[in-house]
Design a protein around this ligand. Structure first.
Ligand code: GRF
Length: 202
């Protein structure tokens, strides 16, 4: 299966997917990387891996629609089966989501449905949680609320800061995301009736 990864920053999750996809038995290949910032650190990393990488900067386009149209044109050329949002800090329009619903996933640094949105680690600490973690989910119209494919938890330790917790969560993100993409690429999970359904695919 052909996967395109969307980033806005350093792309450590994108690189985890790239590394996993190098395994001979991995059911997906990363065929492109798209960023919404020309200086996203992940673009250079993708290019160094020989992966076609593109920046589509919102302010270069007259409207959100025009911005997305440019991205759609690049996607039509890359013909992905799956889109992986990985630190992509932009909300997609309904048109975009409908176009890829069921084959577009995202990683979010909390155990959804807890803590959708931003500053998830500080919020978990402030709430007195004893665990934190990350979620890979199908992308739907609402932000961070699509059907869950996989989750990974880590302890919140006394004295943790948002930064120390973020680092611990990021480590398990890099394990979870490749596992979740494998499930989708092998059709072992699919989105059906607004739910993530495990299939008994061979
Ligand atoms: C990660 O915490 C991810 O969960 C969130 O964006 C952060 C940066 O990810 N979506 P990356 O290093 O750019 O992959």
């Amino acid at each position: 299966k052909r996967a395109v990864v969307f980033i806005s920053g350093g792309g450590s999750n994108m690189m985890a997917l790239v590394a996993a996809a190098k395994a001979a038995d991995y059911p997906a290949e990363i065929v492109g990387v798209i960023a919404d910032k020309a200086d996203a650190g992940g673009l250079a990393k993708a290019a160094a891996e020989g992966i076609p990488s593109f920046a589509f900067v919102r302010k270069d386009y007259a409207s959100k629609e025009a911005h997305e149209e440019a991205i759609f044109a690049a996607l039509d050329r890359l013909s992905p089966d799956i889109l992986c949002l990985a630190g992509y800090m932009r909300l997609l329009s309904g048109v975009f989501i409908q176009r890829y619903e069921g084959r577009m996933i995202n990683i979010h640094p909390s155990l959804l449905p807890l803590f959708p949105g931003l500053h998830t680690h500080q919020r978990a600490i402030d709430a007195g949680m004893r665990i934190a973690g990350c979620t890979v989910h199908f992308v739907t119209e609402g932000m961070d609320e699509g059907p869950v494919i996989g989750q990974a938890a880590v302890p919140i330790l006394s004295g943790d800061s948002a930064e120390s917790l973020a680092a611990r969560v990021l480590t398990v993100e890099h394990q979870l995301y490749p596992q979740a993409l494998r499930l989708l690429a092998e059709s072992k999970v699919k989105m059906e009736g607004g739910k993530a359904v495990s299939t008994d695919a061979a």
